[in-house]
Design a protein around this ligand. Structure first.
Ligand SMILES: NC(=O)c1ccc[n+]([C@@H]2O[C@H](COP(=O)([O-])OP(=O)(O)OC[C@H]3O[C@@H](n4cnc5c(N)ncnc54)[C@H](O)[C@@H]3O)[C@@H](O)[C@H]2O)c1
Length: 325
């Protein structure tokens, strides 16, 4: 397995695809994956994408959606969202406006303008706390935060449009995505990288043996591109091939950065999941296979953070180990 270059998606020459949230972390990689597959890509985001025509604006504004979802599109990849649990708890109303109401507006434009498919980026947070159980697509939706709830609501809207109007509406439930271009993020991998760059350590709650699933952004982007271009309606979990303990993640970050990254253990926080373990059998049945091992993947994140800046592209939002263009 190697992260040196993203594996291309094939067989899509000429498809016209709109990517919402295209200028974000996952979006830039999805745009690249679609373009490498021969698709003609457009974007809508609050910030312009550097390489593809972008409708710049707020998707909560109906006129922005109308300018972006034009007749003749074949598919939409819908990534724009309030993407953090914390953000959703601080701004529950805004989260509903973007993650639910704007999603409904995009679906309605797909219906009225003859766009055949909308693929939604969702999350395993839609199922809530499953203890140490394995997460599959068959579990009931029991979200515990506005983020999880609004993604679950979006999934239900897609299901309704698939059932009533024949829209192809795949849902890609991502685990924790990591890879090049995440300098603006605050998840555990960028925290490890920042600690390495600044000669600091990290806090680990509990003994560090809690398991988490990580998926490299090259794998996540390929799955989203494939979903938009051909996968059937319904949820598909996209993760890495296995889960990792927090201690293993720290070890992989030490190896990638050469920094000691000392760990300070603090008492486990109440409510923290003992394990996030997903089953990717359904994704595999659709041809998905993660290609990036954790050690290789960590090495692709480091250039955006390393103090000498070598390897960082485009102010930290770019792509190493392959072109973002
Ligand atoms: N990154 C992960 O680990 C992860 C995990 C599970 C699911 N997801 C989902 O994948 C998608 C992409 O995540 P990401 O990490 O790239 O997020 P990101 O925050 O890096 O990118 C989101 C993009 O959406 C744009 N956007 C936000 N609000 C907007 C608005 N009102 N109008 C127009 N554009 C707007 C932002 O400008 C940004 O470019 C999200 O839907 C997220 O919920 C991500």
């Amino acid at each position: 397995m190697s992260a040196s270059s993203p594996t291309p998606v094939t067989g899509t020459t000429g498809a016209r695809v709109l990517v919402t949230g295209a200028a974000g972390f996952v979006g830039r990689h999805v745009v690249r994956a679609l373009r490498e597959a021969g698709a003609e890509v457009s974007a809508v985001d609050r910030s312009p994408h550097p390489d593809v025509p972008t409708v710049v604006g707020d998707l909560r504004d109906a006129s922005v959606r109308e300018r972006a979802v034009v007749p003749g599109l074949d598919a939409v990849v819908h990534l724009a969202a309030i993407t953090s649990v914390l953000g959703s708890v601080e701004q529950p109303e805004e989260t509903t406006e973007l993650n639910v109401v704007a999603t409904a507006g995009l679906l309605e434009l797909c219906r009225t303008r003859g766009v055949g498919a909308l693929a939604l980026a969702s999350t395993n947070a839609v199922v809530g706390d499953v203890g140490a159980g394995v997460i599959t697509e068959d579990l009931a939706l029991r979200p515990l935060t506005p983020y999880g709830a609004t993604k679950a609501a979006g999934e239900m809207l897609l299901s309704g449009y698939a059932g009533a109007f024949g829209l192809r509406a795949p849902v890609v439930r991502l685990t924790n995505v990591y890879g090049p271009g995440m300098r603006a993020k605050d998840s555990f991998v960028p925290r490890l990288m920042r600690a390495a760059a600044e000669g600091r350590g990290v806090v680990v709650y509990g003994d560090g043996e809690q398991r988490r699933d990580l998926v490299h952004v090259h794998d996540a982007a390929r799955a989203l591109a494939q979903a938009a271009l051909g996968w059937p309606s319904g949820p598909v979990i996209i993760g890495g091939a296995r889960s990792w303990t927090v201690n293993e993640m720290v070890a992989a970050a030490r190896e990638a950065t050469g920094a000691p990254i000392p760990v300070e253990h603090q008492p486990a926080r109440p409510g923290e999941m003992p394990a996030v373990v997903v089953d990717i059998a359904r994704a595999r049945s659709l041809g998905y296979e993660p290609t990036t091992a954790l050690a290789d993947g960590m090495a692709t994140v480091w250039p955006d953070f390393r103090p000498d800046g070598s390897g960082a592209v485009g102010g930290g939002a770019g792509v190493s180990g392959g072109s973002s263009r």
